[in-house]
Write a protein that binds this ligand. Structure first.
Ligand code: PLP
Length: 388
């Protein structure tokens, strides 16, 4: 049976060049990067090179502005809690959006329990945060605004430049969770005007369990990990050299290939959507029609449950998801779709197709062949469809 992986927003296949770059750092160049002998110096050199590659991808002013972490979740936690702790004497108010990843939302919820107050900005029907709404929400006590660059469930791309400018005008730090945006849209920290920005290795064909936080020079932040003086004193712990090398390689390739790949994926994604709408009735596009990631298509199939669509597609070899991998298994409707005002009944049958560099036109044609009979069969069994 053909296998089609359309869940690249959950994770990507680590690419061959990345695995090859990592291999020597497991068993040949295994020194601790803090050691001063040549084993250690070799490892240090590899980390420095990876840092430079990430800095180049983000157009950071210097490589020292890049901190390696254990992934996007840690980067988000460090940004939110690290700034809140560092500026606790200045204010106790943070602003984020209702559609963030749980790494941000639950960091904010944690801080609320500890006495901070958080404003969760709403979004419009397409998932966009309004800069005017942000302007109104900032108070003298606000210490951080954290808004994602692109949403993981529906792919909507937020107006980060405008939002960051609003925060800057009030002297408030701005953090962008760019975990889903990196490698898909231009990500120049100077041009965006952000103070902090998170990324993750495994969303850009790099390894899992490694990420970075860009921290603009001079930004006040309290570390969450205490120990040695690793990562410019901002994140203690012996560096995961193979993973860092892999992330560096993935970042280098992402910078080179982004534009051409975005064009290819947009065409495939739109071909998939047109194919769906011409074969299946009662579907809705979730997310912004244009301001959306090239690889992401979130479609609501009315009268159905997303889980049954996923399982039936899985039986045909096609891997998709209902939304965030971190919330799968929970029966809660998607917080992203709810915030966008999608009716609860319509959130249930929403499916995210996230394409990637392995996706071919043949894969899409296969999906368009197996999906319509699945939807028809499930609708024929659905009491909601009968009552239509
Ligand atoms: N932020 C966003 C927008 C994500 O999509 C994800 C992963 O799904 C994360 C953060 C967490 O990244 P990681 O899986 O590297 O912890």
């Amino acid at each position: 049976m053909r296998k089609v992986y359309l869940d690249n927003n959950a994770t990507t296949r680590t690419r061959k060049e990345v695995v090859e770059a990592m291999m020597p750092y497991f068993s040949e160049i295994y020194g601790n990067a803090s050691s001063i002998h040549h084993f250690g110096r070799h490892a240090r050199h590899a980390i420095d090179e990876a840092r430079t590659r990430v800095a180049r991808l983000l157009n950071a002013a210097s490589a020292e502005e890049i901190i390696f972490t254990a992934g996007g979740t840690e980067s988000d936690n460090l940004a939110v809690k690290g700034v809140a702790y560092a500026l606790r004497n200045k204010g106790n108010h943070l602003i984020t959006s209702a559609i963030e990843h749980h790494a941000i939302l639950n960091s904010c919820k944690y801080l609320e329990k500890e006495g901070w107050s958080v404003t969760y900005l709403g979004v419009d029907e397409y998932g966009l945060v309004n800069p005017e709404g942000l302007k109104k929400a900032i108070t003298d006590k606000t210490v951080l605004v954290s808004i994602m660059y692109a949403n993981n469930e529906v792919g909507t791309i937020e107006p980060i430049r405008e939002l960051a400018a609003v925060a800057k005008a009030r002297g408030v730090y701005f953090h962008a969770d760019a975990v889903q945006a990196i490698g898909k849209v231009p990500c120049d920290v100077k041009e965006l005007g952000v103070d902090l920005l998170s990324m993750s290795g495994h969303k850009i064909y790099g390894p899992k369990g490694v990420g970075t936080l860009y921290i603009r020079k001079g930004t006040k932040i309290t570390p969450l990990m205490h120990g040695g003086h690793h990562e410019m004193g901002k994140r203690a712990g012996t560096e995961n050299v193979p993973a860092i090398v892999g992330l560096g390689k993935a970042a280098e390739l992402a910078a080179k290939e982004r534009e051409a790949e975005a064009k290819r994926l947009t065409e495939l994604r739109d071909y998939l959507y047109q194919g769906i709408t011409s074969r299946i009735q009662d579907v809705r596009l979730n997310g912004h029609p244009e301001k959306r990631l090239a690889n992401t298509l979130n479609v609501g199939f009315k009268y159905l449950e997303g889980e049954s669509i996923i399982l039936n597609l899985d039986m045909e070899g096609v891997a998709v998801s209902t939304g965030s991998a971190c919330t799968s298994g929970s029966l809660e409707p998607s917080h992203v779709l709810m915030a966008m005002g999608v009716e609860p009944a319509d959130t249930q049958g929403s499916i995210r197709f996230s394409l990637g560099r392995d996706t071919s036109k043949k894969d899409i044609e296969y999906v368009l062949e197996v999906l319509p009979p699945i939807i028809k069969r499930l609708r024929d069994m659905s009491p909601l469809y009968e009552r239509k």
